[in-house]
Design a protein. Structure first.
Length: 213
């Protein structure tokens, strides 16, 4: 275990490798893998995901993340490193891309991760998704129609770019482990999540299939 506990997050679209890499990175770092949608939220998560209100869904996921942040901080305070599969960046970027109009300011005291933005060639990413046993949800399908907007929204967050195209999980892990965490992706906002308020401004467009309240 390192002298100073690490907090690391994996971000990116579905099929880029987050769910595969998160437990591998946690094992390599001897870190705790924390679920950012805690188990107590899972029944409500499934219920809300069956609805069409993007703001309601966003609020649920924000609540889950704030709850998870308490657990993350507890582990860090105890000297344990933490890995998560997505954090506030995914919630904000995804729901903004889907048309959420809520303004959100993140408090300064949130645990701040080193974040790796996993990307993949879209042909390979779609092939990976097609090979999954778990069917995608309605929201997953909507996000697939807004991937460019999700990527654009992600640019507001400091993240290290990691291309998983054509790489095995072991190769991706080596890239992550070798990443210089002293610098962020050159095209990203250089302030870490939580270091200053991140505002989610109004987004006038509405994705087909969603309903404005």
């Amino acid at each position: 275990m390192p002298d100073h506990p690490r907090f690391e997050s994996l971000e990116g679209l579905r099929g880029t490798g987050k769910s595969t890499m998160a437990p591998m990175l946690a094992a390599a770092r001897q870190a705790v893998l924390v679920a950012t949608v805690p188990s107590l939220y899972q029944p409500l998560r499934h219920a809300v995901d069956e609805r069409t209100n993007v703001e309601a869904r966003m609020c649920l996921y924000l609540s889950a993340l704030f709850t998870a942040a308490e657990e993350i901080q507890h582990h860090l305070d105890a000297g344990a490193s933490v890995v998560v599969e997505s954090y506030f960046a995914r919630c904000l970027a995804t729901h903004r891309a889907l048309g959420a109009r809520l303004g959100v300011t993140l408090p300064n005291l949130l645990p701040t991760p080193v974040t790796y933005h996993l990307v993949c060639d879209d042909v390979e990413r779609q092939h990976r998704l097609a090979g999954r046993n778990k069917p995608g949800s309605r929201w997953d399908a909507l996000i697939e129609t807004a991937t460019d907007r999700v990527t654009d929204a992600y640019a507001a967050f400091p993240m290290h770019h990691v291309d998983t195209t054509g790489r095995s999980p072991d190769e991706v892990l080596r890239v992550i482990m070798d990443t210089d965490t002293q610098g962020a992706h050159p095209h990203a906002d250089t302030e870490p999540v939580g270091a200053h308020p991140h505002l989610l401004p109004a987004v006038p467009r509405c994705v087909a299939g969603t309903r404005r309240p």
